[in-house]
Design a protein around this ligand. Structure first.
Ligand code: GSH
Length: 315
């Protein structure tokens, strides 16, 4: 098995989701810490320019986005599975949860710790990533709405736990649990568990579930520099994606395509299609720094278009 290398920074809540999955599967992994604010030249060389973290690297295979990272981990170590109730319920719940709770969670967070966020970070998020201001002053007027949104979503989690037992979708812990846990953990870890539980009216079932997930731990970690990770990719050969020529929209292998997130940071990554199915797309990217790479993206939440279509759309 190639080394599992995770590119991340500590403040990232999505990083927690992956660390817990590694701990749950009992996997050893290597940590590469990147700056919380770009430029990140080593990571750009590996991803072809995808803006977000975490990113998982296995040799010359690069997985962008936590849902495609989960899929890769599942291939490497199938047990215990991250999809005990099937992939569909886990992924649908995760996508809905992330999109509905990310902004309200940040809105609540900055009212507690906003004074500690550096100007440079706030400016980058406003001008280059989100397109809006997440400083405490800018978010404060929306606090009642953000609290309402978080409470409504967390109440759904409580109802799932009452229905299904210890884990959201039953019959065991899975990807949906790790996804929904990480945003609540972000708030409890930074603003204090008691304060957040009271402010969001978090039910005892949810608190007990949070504690069970935190006890999983993060597996065994060693450290690596970004430069060494790029050198390792360059020395490696990308794996056969094993997905075949199964793009449901009819894109053929060897087509030049662009893959673009359809929420934040809509920066396209361009490469040659080397594998596709309804859940994942793999493109070949090559550059002087990192050599030949296979970069993996999910389908849901990303638009994969033939490069000539992208040009027409942009025109
Ligand atoms: N839906 C993405 C979200 C990842 C995400 O939003 N990551 C944040 C950090 S928590 C990010 O990349 N922020 C911008 C940046 O770091 O450049 C995933 O699941 O991977």
């Amino acid at each position: 098995m190639p080394d599992i290398i995770l590119h991340h920074y500590d403040l990232s809540p999505f990083f927690e989701k992956i660390r817990l999955a590694l701990g749950y599967k009992g996997l050893a992994w290597t940590s590469v810490v990147v700056d919380a604010v770009p430029p990140r030249p080593a990571l750009d060389a590996l991803t072809g320019g995808y803006r977000r973290v975490p990113v998982l690297q296995m040799g010359a295979d690069i997985c962008c986005h936590t849902e495609v990272i989960f899929r890769a981990l599942e291939r490497v170590e199938p047990t215990p599975t991250l999809y005990p109730a099937g992939e569909g319920i886990a992924k649908a719940l995760s996508l809905g949860w992330n999109r509905a709770t990310w902004k309200p969670a940040i809105g609540v967070l900055v009212t507690h710790i906003g004074e500690h966020l550096p100007e440079e970070y706030l400016r980058d998020r406003k001008e280059h990533y989100l397109g809006y201001d997440i400083s405490r002053d800018a978010m404060a007027p929306m606090l009642p709405a953000h609290l309402q949104q978080m409470s409504a979503q967390i109440d759904w989690l409580a109802s799932m736990l009452r229905q299904n037992g210890d884990d959201l979708t039953g019959p065991a812990l899975g990807a949906a649990d790790l996804t929904c846990h990480h945003s609540i953990r972000l708030l409890r870890a930074n603003a204090g568990a008691e304060a957040i539980d009271a402010q969001l009216h978090i039910a005892p079932e949810v608190v007990a579930w949070m504690d069970r997930i935190a006890a999983i731990g993060h597996g065994t970690k060693t450290d690596m520099t970004p430069g060494d990770a790029v050198a390792l990719a360059k020395a490696a050969t990308p794996a056969d994606p094993g997905l075949g020529d199964n793009d449901p929209s009819g894109l053929s292998l060897r087509t030049t395509v662009s893959v673009t997130p359809n929420d934040n940071a809509r920066v396209p990554v361009t490469g040659t299609l080397v594998g596709a199915d309804a859940q994942e797309v793999v493109i070949a990217v090559e550059n002087a720094e990192a050599g030949k790479l296979h970069v993996h993206f999910p389908r849901a939440g990303f638009d994969t278009l033939a490069a000539d279509t992208t040009a027409r759309t942009a025109a």
